[in-house]
Ligand binder design. Structure first.
Ligand code: PRX
Length: 632
C-alpha cells in the first residue's frame, strides 16, 4: 500500500504505476475515506472537453471525513491551536470533538437562516478558528463557500460576492494584523451596497469596536450559536458537487472563481499533505498562510483535518511584535512541520540572527515553502539557520487551480536541490512544451509547464464562465492543462519553476493580474493610460512597476504616487500597490496597439543594454524617452 511513500525507490515504483494506471492509483487512496455510497465511475471527461470528473456518483461529506470520522479514535486530540496576533492575547486549543460541536452548531445556524445545499456563502474574516468553523459549517450543509482574503478592499469583496451571487456574508467586526486595525464590518457594509443578493450578514466579534448595524440583515455570531444544537447530520454530497469557489487573478482584469469539488479535492489535499510532509500522528503542523488563499484552504483547514493532524491557526504577522515571532511560536508549540512563503524567509533573514538564535527550534523536522520561486540564498538560510541543516526543505509548486501540491520533494525521500521543486507527486504528469506546441522530450529542457493527465484535485471550472476556463487552460496546448508557468528541467529530470509566462505577477507570493492593477490606476482622473510590469525585488520576489501617461499638472510626483497607491489599495488591496511609478509620454506599442511589455520589463529591471527588436513599434522613439525617465 502506497498511502505513505517511504523511500525513493518506492516513490519511483509508485510513480510508474500511477502513470500506467491512474484510475487504479487514485481508487486505492480514495478507498481510505468514508463514503456514504461508493462511486460509480472513477474518472471521466477530458481536458479537450473541459469536463473532467472524478468519483462521480460517490456520496460523501468532506466534513464527516475531517471530523466525525476521527471522533472515536482522537476526539480529545487537538485539532487547532489558535495563536492570536499579539502573543499576550488569549490563546486556545480546540479538540476534534470541540471543533465538531462548534461546526455542527454553526451548521444549524446557517440552515436556520435559510442557507441550503448549493447556496453561495461569502466569508471575509480574521484568521481565527471561527473562520475555519464557518468554512466547515458551509461544507457540512453543502453550501458553497467563497472565502475572500481579509486584505481585499470593499470593491474587490463586492466584485467577488456579485460574481457568485452569494446569499450570505460572514465577517468580523474587525481584525488586527500586526499593529494595524482593519474594520472588516465597515468594509463589508460598503461592499454590500452593491450586492443585492446578500440577505444576511453574520458578524463574529473580534475587536469589540463600534460598528454600524443594519437591523434585520445583521446578526451576531455569538447570539446565534447560543441556542443552536451541537448535533447536526451532514448533508450528503456527490463527489462532483462544488465544495467552494476561490477567486484568483488571471491575465485579464476580472478575477476567476475557481470551482473545486467535494470528492476530488478531499482526496488530493489529504494525499499531498501526507506524502509531501510525511506527517505522523504526533506532529504539530504550522502553515503560516492566510485561509483566504488556496494554501490556507488546503493546508490549514482541509488537509490537516483529513489527516487527523494538530495544526496552528495564526492570526499575526512574521514581524509583530518583533521579527522573532515565527520562531517563538515554533518553540512554544514544538512545531514539527513549518510551511511558509519565500517572501517571509527573505524578510526575516535580513533581521538580526539573534531573533532566531534565542529560540529552541529543535522540534522542527520538515520545512516547506510555497507560492513563488525561492532564491538559493534564502533556501540556504532556511536550511542552515532554521533547520540546522537537518530538516528537509520541501519547495512545493502548485496553484489555486491545482487544489494541492503538484511538484515537490517528499520530505526526507526525494533528494533536494536549492531552487528546485524537484519531482512530480505520483499521479501528476508534467511536461514542457516548446513554442510550436510540441512536448520537449529531452530531459534537460526549458519550456511552458503543462500537465498531461487529469488529477482529482484540479479546478472543475471558472464560476459562471466555462468558456474562459476552456480558453485559459486547455486551448494553448490542446489535450493538456496549461499552468501559465515557465519551467526548466535539469539533467536529473528535476523541475525548477522560473515564473509566470503570462501577464500575471507574483508579488510576495500574491498573485496579481497586471490588467487588474492597470484598471485601478486608470481610474485616477489624471491618468490617460497605464502599463504595469513586474521587476526583481529582493524581498517581495517581484515588485510592481507602473508606467503611466498622465494629463499635465500632476504636481509633486511623490504626492501623485501616493494618490495612485491609495487608489490601488482602495480598489484592489494594499498588496497590489505599485512599488515604483514612472510618468511617461508614451508606451511602446506595436502597430496593432499591443503594449510590448518585454521592453517595459527590461526598463523596470534596469536592463536596457539589449532591448531586442523594436522595429515593429509604432513609434520607436518612445523607448528612448522611457529609458531616460525617472521612477518614483
Ligand atoms: O507561478 C507559480 C507560483 O504561484 C502561482 C500560483 O499562485 P496561486 O494560485 O496564488 O497559488 C499559490 C499557492 C499555491 C504559480 O503559477 N508558485 C507557486 N508555488 C511555487 C511557485 N513558483 C515557484 N515555486 C513554487 N514552489
Amino acid at each position: 500500500m502506497w498511502l505513505n511513500i517511504k523511500s525513493f525507490d518506492e516513490y519511483k515504483e509508485v510513480y510508474k504505476n500511477s502513470v500506467e494506471d491512474p484510475e487504479k492509483f487514485w481508487e486505492e487512496y480514495a478507498g481510505t475515506f468514508y463514503w456514504r455510497k461508493h462511486w460509480d465511475k472513477t474518472h471521466s471527461g477530458s481536458f479537450e472537453e473541459g469536463n473532467v470528473k472524478w468519483f462521480e456518483g460517490g456520496k460523501l461529506n468532506i466534513v464527516e471525513n475531517c471530523l466525525d470520522r476521527h471522533l472515536d479514535t482522537m476526539g480529545n486530540k487537538t485539532a487547532f491551536i489558535f495563536e492570536p496576533n499579539h502573543p499576550d492575547s488569549f490563546r486556545r486549543t480546540i479538540s476534534y470533538r470541540q471543533l465538531h460541536e462548534d461546526v455542527c452548531r454553526f451548521a444549524n445556524v446557517l440552515e436556520e437562516k435559510g442557507i441550503t445545499k448549493g447556496d453561495r456563502v461569502a466569508i471575509y474574516m480574521a484568521m481565527t478558528p471561527e473562520l475555519a468553523i464557518a468554512t466547515l459549517a458551509c461544507a457540512r450543509i453543502g453550501a458553497v463557500h467563497s472565502i475572500v482574503f481579509a486584505g481585499f478592499s470593499a470593491q474587490s469583496l463586492a466584485e467577488r460576492i456579485r460574481d457568485c451571487d452569494a446569499k450570505m456574508l460572514i465577517t468580523n467586526d474587525g481584525l488586527r494584523r500586526g499593529d494595524k486595525h482593519v474594520p472588516l464590518k465597515d468594509i463589508s457594509d460598503e461592499a454590500l451596497e452593491s450586492c443585492p443578493t446578500v440577505e444576511k450578514v453574520i458578524v463574529c466579534q473580534r475587536t469589540n469596536r463600534d460598528i454600524s448595524w443594519v437591523e434585520g440583515r445583521d446578526e451576531w455570531w455569538h447570539m446565534l450559536i447560543r441556542n443552536a444544537s451541537k448535533k447536526h447530520e451532514a448533508v450528503e454530497m456527490d463527489a462532483e458537487d462544488p465544495l467552494f469557489i476561490l477567486y484568483t487573478s488571471g491575465s485579464t482584469g476580472k478575477p476567476k472563481g475557481q470551482v473545486h469539488t467535494c470528492g476530488g479535492y478531499m482526496i488530493y489535499t489529504s494525499y499531498s499533505l501526507r506524502n509531501v510532509f510525511q506527517i505522523e500522528e504526533e506532529d504539530v503542523y504550522w502553515c503560516t498562510a492566510d485561509a483566504g488563499w488556496i494554501t490556507g484552504h488546503s493546508y490549514i483547514i482541509y488537509g490537516p483535518l483529513l489527516n487527523g493532524v494538530s495544526g496552528i491557526i495564526f492570526e499575526g504577522t512574521p514581524t509583530y511584535p518583533d521579527p522573532g515571532r515565527f520562531w517563538e511560536v515554533c518553540e512554544k508549540y514544538e512545531v514539527t512541520h513549518f510551511y511558509t512563503a519565500p517572501t517571509a524567509i527573505r524578510a526575516l533573514m535580513k533581521e538580526d540572527i539573534e531573533y532566531v538564535d534565542k529560540y529552541d527550534l529543535s522540534s522542527l523536522k520538515v520545512l516547506g515553502t510555497v507560492g513563488e520561486p525561492i532564491n538559493e540564498e534564502a533556501w540556504h538560510w532556511y536550511d542552515e539557520e532554521i533547520g540546522n541543516g537537518e530538516c528537509p526543505i520541501v519547495d512545493t509548486w502548485w496553484q489555486t487551480e491545482t487544489g494541492g501540491i503538484m511538484i515537490s520533494p517528499l520530505a526526507g525521500i526525494t533528494p533536494t536541490k536549492p531552487g528546485y521543486a524537484t519531482l512530480p507527486l505520483p499521479g501528476i504528469q508534467p511536461a514542457l512544451m516548446d513554442d510550436e506546441g510540441n512536448e520537449i522530450k529531452d530531459t534537460e529542457a526549458q519550456g511552458d509547464l503543462v500537465i498531461k493527465h487529469p488529477w482529482p484535485g484540479m479546478t472543475r471550472g471558472i464560476w459562471g464562465d466555462m468558456e474562459r476556463y476552456q480558453e485559459t487552460y486547455f486551448t494553448k496546448y490542446p489535450g493538456n492543462y496549461f499552468t501559465g508557468d515557465g519551467c526548466r528541467r535539469d539533467e536529473d529530470g528535476f523541475y525548477r519553476i522560473t515564473g509566470r509566462v503570462d501577464d500575471v505577477l507574483n508579488v510576495s507570493g500574491h498573485r496579481l493580474g497586471t490588467a487588474e492593477i492597470e484598471n485601478a490606476i486608470d481610474e485616477h482622473p489624471k491618468v490617460v493610460e497605464s502599463a504595469v510590469v513586474g521587476y526583481p525585488h529582493d524581498v517581495k520576489g517581484e515588485g510592481v512597476f507602473a508606467f503611466a501617461i498622465c494629463d499635465d499638472g500632476i504636481g509633486d510626483p511623490e504626492a501623485f504616487k501616493k494618490e495612485i497607491n491609495d487608489l490601488v489599495s482602495k480598489i484592489i488591496s494594499p498588496i497590489a500597490k505599485p512599488d515604483k511609478l514612472q510618468i511617461t509620454t508614451g508606451l511602446p506599442k506595436t502597430r496593432s496597439g499591443k503594449i510590448m511589455r518585454r521592453i517595459l520589463r527590461k526598463v523596470a529591471s534596469g536592463d536596457t543594454d539589449d532591448l531586442g527588436d523594436t522595429s515593429t513599434l509604432l513609434d520607436p522613439s518612445v523607448v528612448e524617452d522611457i529609458i531616460k525617465g525617472k521612477a518614483y
